[in-house]
Design a protein around this ligand. Structure first.
Ligand SMILES: Cc1cc2nc3c(=O)[nH]c(=O)nc-3n(C[C@H](O)[C@H](O)[C@H](O)COP(=O)(O)OP(=O)(O)OC[C@H]3O[C@@H](n4cnc5c(N)ncnc54)[C@H](O)[C@@H]3O)c2cc1C
Length: 204
């Protein structure tokens, strides 16, 4: 039985792993991937100590730091079920492996928020996507709508105006992203912004 199982190896899970290893806890780090959402991030400007670093490079540095400590890793495995045992927990993975620990930290991050409008589910992966960095190049020279008005949407717009023919930003509210990102959108010729518009359907 491990002292601790950490599920998820994004920034939170890897940080927890280093703290656990320094406390000499017998720890298992179990995750679908190493790096989490930052693997999809082109550039990080707000991690102190680095003026600018690419997300995957920062995560490689996190991984190197984790590897300096003696802890077990199972990467490429997904948590499928978690159950309570006498004195601990049992974690079951998607390939039916079972691990037990006295404590479990869930650091599985987040999933994209869906619009929940007609057409979205049907067209997911066929034109509807949730990651501009990952899928943007698939829409080169096409017309693209980015839905949202926060930092993720603004970063997606900034990436897509370089790739797509025309970008439409549709936001239910005024833009709520950081001003530094809002300023970057000024004077982009292939961008049209619709503020206080709501998406009601995706057609394809
Ligand atoms: C496009 C984009 C740009 C961003 N830019 C910045 C930025 O510039 N600066 C900044 O500070 N933040 C940025 N962020 C936010 C930052 O990436 C997140 O805040 C951070 O990654 C959260 O870390 P986390 O470890 O909590 O979760 P995540 O990074 O989501 O990691 C979750 C981990 O859990 C694993 N996992 C999930 N479910 C399971 C399961 N069932 N079983 C096993 N493993 C599982 C995943 O594989 C992953 O390894 C950005 C995010 C995005 C999407």
């Amino acid at each position: 039985m491990y002292d601790l199982i950490i599920v998820g190896a994004g920034p939170a899970g890897m940080t927890a792993a280093v703290y656990a290893a320094r406390k000499r806890l017998n720890t298992l780090l179990l995750s679908k991937d190493i790096g989490g959402q930052l693997l999809w991030t082109a550039g990080v400007e707000n991690y102190m100590g680095y003026q600018f670093i690419e997300g995957p490079e920062l995560m490689m540095k996190f991984e190197e730091q984790v590897k300096r400590f003696p802890l077990e890793q199972k990467i490429g495995q997904e948590l499928a079920a978690l159950s309570l045992l006498d004195g601990g927990f049992e974690v079951r993975t998607d390939n039916d492996e079972r691990y037990q620990a006295k404590a479990v930290i869930i650091a599985t991050g987040k999933r994209p928020r869906q619009l929940n409008v007609p057409g979205e589910e049907r067209l997911k992966g066929r034109g509807v996507t949730y990651c501009a960095i990952c899928d943007g190049p698939l829409f080169a020279d096409e017309n693209v709508a980015v839905i949202g008005g926060g930092n993720s949407a603004l970063e997606a717009v900034y990436d897509m105006v370089k790739i797509a023919k025309q970008v439409y930003l549709v936001s239910q509210t005024q833009l709520t992203g950081d001003q530094i990102l809002v300023d970057k959108l000024k004077d982009i010729s292939n961008l049209t912004i619709f503020l206080e518009y709501e998406v009601t359907e995706v057609e394809g």
